[in-house]
Design a protein around this ligand. Structure first.
Ligand code: ADP
Ligand code: MG
Length: 272
């Protein structure tokens, strides 16, 4: 299924009332309370994520992207509103939602690459013995790290560590993979390569991913849909369909980028 076909099938299914959303974020407000202050990180945010979406949360730093992703992960409870996965309210973290973070130190340093993935699979109780070994090997191969399965994290580059984290997340075969600026700490070239790899992995299995970024270019490259959040406190400014990745669409991509840029400036005007 191409990007375009995926998009068209949503729109069609939506119109017919057939597609069940995988995730429903309904009127979610998240506040952080400390002794001294109350911060509203996200304000009355609603959106839906459908199966096989590459759903991007995009907005300036501090607009609540990570907060919303953590709320979907079950690590942060909404102050108001509900988040449902396959119709069931999310109340806590679970193996049906795996997170990949920006930091390179998400792996257990005393375990090898392979053991890091196997450990996660065993801990979830989803698989046993040979199934664990087989599943880990399968996903290590998918991210091109079979040759490094016995290496320890400190022996790997930042990009390779992120690949292991992605393999670990994908190996759990979650309903949705949650990625919080996973490539932000990489240099431009490595970042580009990882973006391509993620898209290649998606072409393979069409997994559902929620991806946080504050880079317009990355949002357009990665996303099938882009939720544009206004600056602090994060509110939905717009929800946009991205543009297919093929070369003929370069002009449409540039147009979308210009449009998003324009919207960003509109926020700034509103804030001053
Ligand atoms: P983003 O990921 O878009 O940069 P965040 O979700 O990290 O934004 O943060 C949104 C707002 O909530 C910011 O003002 C931030 O300072 C605040 N915030 C985030 N986490 C906490 C926390 N644990 N305690 C208090 N305030 C927080
Ligand atoms: Mg963040």
């Amino acid at each position: 299924m191409s990007d375009m076909a995926a998009l068209a099938s949503h729109v069609q299914a939506d119109a017919l009332g057939l597609a069940a959303p995988l995730l429903e974020i309904d009127d979610v407000t998240v506040q952080y309370k400390t002794d001294q202050y109350l911060v509203t990180a996200a304000h009355q945010v609603s959106f839906k994520v459908y199966p096989s979406d590459r759903y991007v949360l995009f907005g300036p730093s501090g607009c609540g992207k990570s907060t919303l992703l953590k709320a979907v992960g079950g690590y942060v409870r909404p102050t108001q509103g509900t988040i449902r996965l396959k119709g069931r309210e999310i109340l806590e973290p679970g193996p049906d939602r795996m997170m990949v973070f920006q930091e390179f130190d998400q792996l257990l340093p005393w375990k090898t690459v392979r053991q890091n993935i196997e450990f996660a699979l065993e801990a979830s109780g989803r698989l046993k013995g040979p199934q664990v070994v087989e599943r880990a090997a399968h996903y290590l191969d998918k991210v091109g790290l079979s040759a490094f399965q016995d290496s320890y994290p400190h022996m790997l580059s930042g990009g390779m560590k992120q690949r292991v984290s992605i393999a670990r997340g994908m190996a759990m075969e979650p309903d949705v993979l949650l990625m919080d600026e996973p490539f932000a700490a990489l240099d431009v070239q490595a970042r580009r390569k990882m973006q391509d790899e993620l898209l290649r992995l998606w072409d393979d299995t069409h997994f559902t991913v929620m991806f946080v970024t504050h880079s317009i270019e990355e949002a357009i490259r990665i996303g099938t849909r882009i939720l544009l959040l206004s600056p602090h406190p994060g509110q939905v400014k717009a929800e946009l369909n991205s543009v297919p990745r093929d070369d003929e669409q370069a002009e449409s991509r540039a147009r979308l980028e210009a449009r998003i840029n324009e919207m960003l400036f509109t926020f700034e005007d509103a804030a001053t």
